[in-house]
Write a protein that binds this ligand. Structure first.
Ligand code: SF4
Ligand code: SF4
Ligand code: SF4
Length: 316
């Protein structure tokens, strides 16, 4: 990944120096290992802060909403699809953007790494092709990256960016023969009582910290429904009813828009797999409307189109 980092830095420097962009949005190394952070660079002399490796797991599109300047940004498959969604929803215009495409081979699940090393303190992570080495005081272990991918990346079928102005490397081969919805199907097969029990248990540790909401580029409403007080749509406690209401409403707000980027799960401090909600809606959008979010900047999403000749009677 060193070579991607060098290309990203060179590209950002040129774009900033030539005045093609006012800022460049990418990642920098985190202050602790495995926690790379988004960074916005405006000085061409500071591009050496930029970094890319398989631990860049937050969604940079989150930093585009309503910006008015010219922006350079790196984008892999899922981030580029969120950029398309942003363009479709008039949150940014394509003309403002210079997109540097990253062919993606997946993001490493930092929690799985910590489990694998017995929760010892990790001081360094080095990638070597399809392997990575994790080290700390008195230990050093090498793992296969493929076995440590985040669950969304393990079944991702859109690893290459769908829009870009230039690529840092040739596209990677897309994964074939994976079923992105295997887990959803298992839940769908449960009877209603078991299903309710599954979701109730899943969210019982939720703190209502809203990190999942804040990390998601789809959640850009000036006032989120959870923060409204007149009317108050949902209580603010961690009572199971309030918490479930928050999760179900947030998921519905992402219907037909979620790109399964996994940022929401990555930032959750207690490890709640809340993509189980959005993935069900992604599956429904695909099955009922042949729709996957953010693939085509020229196609309107199913929830904002009306066709008088719609085959569903209820529309008429
Ligand atoms: S979901 Fe796909 S494009 Fe996004 S980080 Fe994972 S593998 Fe890459
Ligand atoms: S709901 Fe989660 S997985 Fe979907 S786009 Fe938002 S952050 Fe990404
Ligand atoms: S990030 Fe996790 S704990 Fe925080 S509100 Fe979301 S699900 Fe709950």
């Amino acid at each position: 990944m060193i070579e991607y980092t060098a290309i990203i830095r060179d590209t950002a420097k040129k774009l900033l120096k030539d005045g093609k962009v006012d800022v460049f949005i990418g990642y920098k190394k985190g202050t602790v290992p495995m926690m790379n952070e988004p960074v916005v660079i405006s000085d061409p002399e500071k591009v050496d802060t930029l970094h890319w490796d398989s631990l860049c797991g937050l969604n940079l599109c989150n930093y585009l909403t309503k910006r008015k300047d010219k922006i350079g940004i790196i984008a892999n498959g899922c981030n580029s699809r969120n950029i398309v969604t942003h363009i479709l929803e008039n949150q940014i215009s394509r003309e403002q953007l210079y997109i540097v495409g990253i062919p993606c081979t997946g993001v490493i699940d930092h929690r799985a790494v910590l489990r694998a090393v017995g929760n010892k303190e990790v001081l360094d992570v080095q990638e070597q092709g399809d392997k990575f080495t994790v080290s700390g005081n008195g230990f050093s272990e090498t793992f296969d990256k493929a076995k440590f991918l985040r669950t969304n990346c393990a079944v991702c079928t859109h690893r290459n960016p769908v829009i870009y102005d230039e690529m840092v490397a040739s596209p990677v081969k897309e994964q074939e023969g994976v079923d992105p919805f295997e887990d959803v199907k298992k839940i769908e097969a449960m009877d209603p009582e078991k299903k309710w029990g599954f979701f109730t248990k899943m969210i019982e540790r939720c703190l209502r910290c809203y990190a999942c909401r804040n990390s998601c580029p789809l959640c850009y409403c000036p006032t989120c429904f959870v923060d409204e007080s007149k009317p108050q749509w949902v209580g603010k406690s961690i009572d199971p009813t309030d918490t479930m209401t928050f999760h179900i409403m947030r998921a519905y707000h992402c219907a037909g828009r979620c790109t399964d980027c996994g940022a929401c799960e990555r930032v959750c401090p207690v490890g709640i797999p809340m993509r189980q909600f959005t993935k069900k809606l992604n599956k429904d959008a695909l099955e009922y409307f042949s729709w996957e979010a953010g693939l085509n900047p020229d196609a309107r999403p199913p929830l904002d189109v009306y066709k008088p000749d719609d085959y569903n009677d209820f529309v008429k």
